[in-house]
Ligand binder design. Sequence first.
Ligand code: AMP
Ligand code: ZN
Length: 464
Amino acid sequence: MALHFHNTLSRRDEEFVPLRGQEVRLYTCGPTVYDYAHIGNFRTYVWEDLLRRYLRHRGFQVVQVMNLTDVDDKTIANARESGQTLADYTRTYIDAFFEDVAALGMERAEHYPRATAYIPQMARLIRRLRDTGHVYESRGSLYFRISTFPAYGRLSLVNPEAAAGQARIDSDEYEKDNPRDFAVWKATRDDEPSWDTEIGRGRPGWHIECSAMSMELLGETFDIHTGGVDNIFPHHENEIAQSEAATGKPFVRYWMHAAHLIVDGEKMSKSKGNFFTLRDLAARGHDMRVIRYMLSSVHYRKPLNFTFEGLNQAAAALGRLDDLALRLEAVEPGLTRDGGDLVARTREALRGMTDALDADLNTAGALGHLFDFVRETHSAVDAGAFGRKDLEAAREVMSAFETIFGIRPGQRAALDAEIEALIASRARARTQRDFADADRIRDELLRRGIVLEDTPQGVRWKRK
Ligand code: AMP
Ligand code: ZN
C-alpha cells in the first residue's frame, strides 16, 4: 500500500511523494519559549515525532526543522515582567523544552533554529516583499497587504474580502476568522529588544519568523509543514502569503495539522489555565512512557480528550505489552512446539499496523492490530505452543512498535529517575510545610513499593 496523508490545503487524502527522491523536508512549528510546554503542545510534538519516525521506518531520510520562537509579544512581555533579558528569560524554557523532549523519548530534529539567530534573513525577506509592493509602512511598522495576494484564505477558508476596510493588526495573535493586514516588522519602544537591519531598526512579527527560517533551511518549496489546528489561521495562512508573494513558487506541498488535546470540552491552553505540564504529571507519579502512549493512541486528526482515567487505561494497555516483552525474554522456545499458524497471524498483525499507518497515520488502528497480536501471543505462550519462529516474528512486531511509537516495551524497571523526582517533590512539600502533600507523595511511593527512610544524610529509599 502507498503512503497517504490528509492535506489540509486540498482537504483530501493524497499519496505522499517527496519532491526530491527519498528525502523528506519537514517543518514543524515549535514552542514559543515563554513558559513550560504543556501536554497539549506535546500532543502535537509527539505526533510530529511519530510522523518523522514512520517516514524513516518507510525508508525516507528526513530533514526536520523545529523552530524556537524566542522573540514575540509573549516572550517580550514575560521577560520584562521577570526583570530578565530576553535571552536569559528564554534560555530557561529552551533548556526545559529539551529536557521534556528527552523525557518523552522524542528523536532530535536536524535543526532547532532560534528566531533571534535569523533576523537578517527575516529582514531580507521583508525587503523583497516591500520592493514588490506587498508590504507597506505605517508609523514605523511594516504590514503585509493581504489584498495583494489573491490566494489568501485558501488554507483556512477565511474570506479575505471581509478584510476590506478592517484596521491593521499589530498583535501576533488575532481573533479567529478575521483576516487583516498583519505586521511583519514592528517598530519598537526603547525598552524593547530590537535589531538594526537593512529595513531599519525593529523586531520581527511572529509569522515572518517561520517563513524565513523554513525557507532558509529547507528551500523555497518543501514537502511537509505541520502544527496544531490553531496554527492554520492566521499563522500558516500568513506564512503562505509572505512566502509565496516573495518567491512566486508554491511554499509547502503537504500541510498537516493535529486536532487539539482538550479538557472538559475545551482546548488545553496556557491562557485558560486548564493545563498540565510534563513536570506536573511526573510530580503526580505518572510515567513518561504512559503519557507518550496516551498521546499517540488517538488518531491525530481527532480531538484527544485528556482525563486521568484515560491515563490509567493507557498504563494498563502498555502494561500488557510490557508483560509480553518480559515474557518473551524469559521464554525458551526450543522447549515448546511451534504455534501452528501463529507466525502467519503475527505477520498479518504487522502488515495491519503498517497499512493503518500508511492511511494517514492511523495510530489507533495500528494499536488495534498490535493488541490482537499481544492477546494471541500471550495465549500461545500459556499453552506452551510457542516456538523459535514464533519468537522471531514476535520480536519483529515489538521492534517495529518501538521504532515507530518511540516506546521500548518491557522497560518498566528503569523508573528510578522518576522515583527520585517524586522524592524531591516530597522534600519540597515538606520545606513548604505542606505535610498533606508530602504524605500523599509518600503514600504514592509506597503503592509503588518504595519505602523511604529519613537519615541524617537525607532521605534514602529502597524497594520493598
Ligand atoms: P505555541 O507554543 O502556543 O505556539 O504552540 C506550539 C504548538 O503546540 C503548536 O503547533 C500548537 O498548534 C500546538 N498546540 C497548542 N495547544 C495545543 C493543544 N491543546 N492540543 C494540541 N496542540 C496544541
Ligand atoms: Zn510557525
